[in-house]
Design a protein around this ligand. Structure first.
Ligand code: FAD
Length: 301
């Protein structure tokens, strides 16, 4: 029972929409914000001990939370401590990539700027193997490229240090998808570069994004909804079948980028799911391709 959770500052019936980039999602039965990896461990161990379903929330940029919310405990990860030794940076898993770009650039350390403009916590970045186009705009850079080691909490409740290979990174994939592993902190191997060059790359990425994608502050979304289809492009297929700009309830297939289903205000998880089904059906009917969702579905719909 939720009442057995003896966590400080626990709240009940907390609406989750404001904690996601989609601004969608009903209430969590219980909600706790953790501000250090030790608090994160305590919250997870406590939920496991009492057999209470839990969900670990980073910046909420790769999930759609159901309109009925989450039956269990949502752990909002704000463990954000960062330390730097030489060219190694260690960040707790609730630190955001935006913050890491700022602190590392200031020290003349390069690596994170390639992911500028992507809302993500460190934990979420490991979960999905965060990626973006390299400066040549041909190759793709993955966060795994700068991961050195990490501290994790494993399914048995033990804390241990693991190296990059442990995560078995793939495209939009890591071991975290398949096992109940909690990332507590990550040590990244960065390289030295002048601050101005790092910032110039971060700006170039932000500009690239602004030209092609709807800005998330104005048009809440969770980025690309459908998985990449190599050499074809899920967004291009949706565009090709004439659905760009199509709206259902408060959700619209972005006229700027058809793989972004944006919340125009008051959009619900149900609207998103109906629009997803419409897009899948139309693309299948007209082209034969199957669109597969890439975002995580959380809670009750
Ligand atoms: C506008 C926009 C643009 C985007 N562009 C890109 C892009 O270019 N490239 C890209 O790769 N992605 C992109 N995304 C998707 C998203 O930003 C990434 O997937 C990001 O890594 C999600 O991180 P998060 O902290 O928000 O994770 P959340 O959405 O909060 O969580 C995602 C999953 O990770 C798990 N998780 C979080 N923290 C931990 C932890 N410490 N330990 C274990 N599991 C954990 C959660 O439980 C959940 O299952 C975009 C999203 C938006 C909104």
């Amino acid at each position: 029972m939720i009442t057995q959770l003896a966590l400080p500052q626990i709240q009940h019936n907390v609406v989750l929409a404001p904690f996601t980039t989609y601004k969608i999602g009903g209430p969590a039965d219980a909600f706790v914000t953790v501000t250090s990896k030790d608090e994160l461990v305590t919250a997870v161990r406590s939920a496991r001990e009492h057999d209470i379903p839990y969900f670990l929330l980073g910046t909420g940029a790769n999930i759609l939370i159901g309109d009925q919310g989450f039956r269990g405990l949502v752990i909002h990860n704000r463990a954000q401590h960062v330390s730097i030794a030489g060219t190694s940076l260690t960040a707790e898993s609730g630190a955001t990539i935006a913050e890491l770009i700022a602190v590392s650039a200031e020290k003349g350390l390069s690596g994170f700027e390639h992911f500028a403009g992507i809302p993500s916590s460190v934990g979420g970045a490991i979960w999905q193997n965060l990626h973006f186009l390299a400066p040549d705009r041909i190759e793709t850079l993955f966060i795994e490229g700068i991961v050195e080691s990490a501290e994790i909490l494993d399914i048995r409740g033990d804390r241990r240090i693991v190296v990059r290979e442990f995560f078995e990174f793939g495209y939009d994939d890591s071991r975290l998808h398949h096992e109940e592993i909690i990332v507590l902190d990550v040590t990244f191997a960065l390289s030295e570069k002048p601050t101005e060059e790092i910032m110039a790359q971060a700006r170039a990425n932000l500009e690239w994004r602004a030209r092609r994608q709807p800005p998330v502050k104005e048009f809440p979304s969770c980025g690309s909804v459908f998985k990449k289809i190599e050499g074809v492009g899920a967004g291009r297929l949706i565009d090709q079948v004439g659905l760009k700009g199509y709206q259902l309830g408060g959700i619209q297939i972005s006229p700027k980028h058809a793989n972004f289903l944006v919340n125009l205000g008051g959009g619900t998880a149900r609207d998103v799911m109906e629009l997803v089904r419409d897009a899948q059906q139309e693309v299948r009917r007209q082209t034969g391709y199957e669109l597969e969702m890439e975002i995580g579905l959380v809670g009750e719909f």
